[in-house]
Design a binder for this molecule. Sequence first.
Ligand SMILES: Cc1cc2nc3c(=O)[nH]c(=O)nc-3n(C[C@H](O)[C@H](O)[C@H](O)COP(=O)(O)OP(=O)(O)OC[C@H]3O[C@@H](n4cnc5c(N)ncnc54)[C@H](O)[C@@H]3O)c2cc1C
Length: 368
Amino acid sequence: MKSKTGALCEKHDIPYKIDYEIGKYSYSRTGLKVRIAIFPNTSEKLIYLIQEFKNQNIDFKIIGSTTNILFLESQIYQCFVYTTMLTEYDFHENHAIVGCGRAVSDFVRDVSMRSIEGFEGLEGIPGTIGGALVMNAGAYGYSISDNLLSVDVIDVNGEVRTIWKSEMKIVNRSIPTLQGKIIVRAKFNLKKGTHSQIEKMTRKFHISRHQYQEWVYPNLGSIYIVPGLNINQNMREIHTGRRFFLKYLYFILFKVWFFKPLFIFRRSFPSFNLPFELLKMLKIKTYNSEVASKTTVNTFSNKNYSTLTILEYFLQLREDAGGTIKLENEIYTGNVETVVDPRLRKLQLKIVDQLGCEKSDSYSSGKM
Ligand SMILES: Cc1cc2nc3c(=O)[nH]c(=O)nc-3n(C[C@H](O)[C@H](O)[C@H](O)COP(=O)(O)OP(=O)(O)OC[C@H]3O[C@@H](n4cnc5c(N)ncnc54)[C@H](O)[C@@H]3O)c2cc1C
């Protein structure tokens, strides 16, 4: 029997898939499946769909590229609305309007080719504009909100409205004003720069990202928010903070190891990371874990693990850091259709509680 949601999609020509296997398609390759995955391909269809969901009290979760969400395989989710087909964009003299589903890295290329500066550090962030705005994503001192002018959202009443940057509360890795709303499109200010300078900076950040990002296994980037510009540096301080000798030894080794001319040496031993090995030898717990990425302990590497193993690693990392770090990855436990493994889910939820995760909001992820 066709579901009420499927019928709604067909009536309005909105693409959807039944029993969409998120374990195969999510960025971290976690989770089992979602009963219905919907892919609106125009913002009008997105708005219509959300308003219908509100009227009919249908539970859903809005999804971008899944680059920050860890899914549980102990449950089948009910309904996900993916924004990844909402990629339309328009450039005007002083501003650009970008659909919520456009990839951040594509947008960085869109502005670079027009010699527009101020977005260089966002190169390589794998999410969508909508996901990046909710999280105020950023790197290397740049953030997605730097050149933001306004955002069009669907609010809790199902109404579309514009929120100007001056009305927003913006903090490190979050724009709380946007929480619980659905971002449809964003407007960015454009400032002309010089081709050569933009290219130089973008290449520099690209090379730097290659050094510390996990490239072999599925992952979700940084697990915990680190306040500074360099993830390794922050994690290094958390682990060696009170041991000054170890901290400086590690610092020197890190600098030597990542010294540019040594790239030939690093390339010859791709799975060896000298600073990482040092911490491992010193038996610092997190560094001994197989789950840790070889590039930084603040990223997991999914070697076909269950979500429980990954969550145990989150907890271990937090305990090693004395609880001083805040989770950046979202563990999504809401929108349950069926619990397929109650015992596993109980264990997973226990860790989620221990991690002190914020509960899902009631609009972009939950019943309206
Ligand atoms: C390898 C790697 C590197 C990364 N590097 C960085 C980095 O350098 N800096 C950084 O900040 N982050 C980084 N991240 C994290 C992540 O990529 C970004 O935060 C990204 O912007 C999330 O976007 P997304 O589309 O994947 O969102 P998703 O993971 O799909 O969703 C994240 C949250 O946003 C909500 N959401 C998504 N779209 C919308 C919308 N249109 N309206 C309302 N809510 C929405 C979802 O409901 C969910 O709660 C990295 C991740 C990976 C895997």
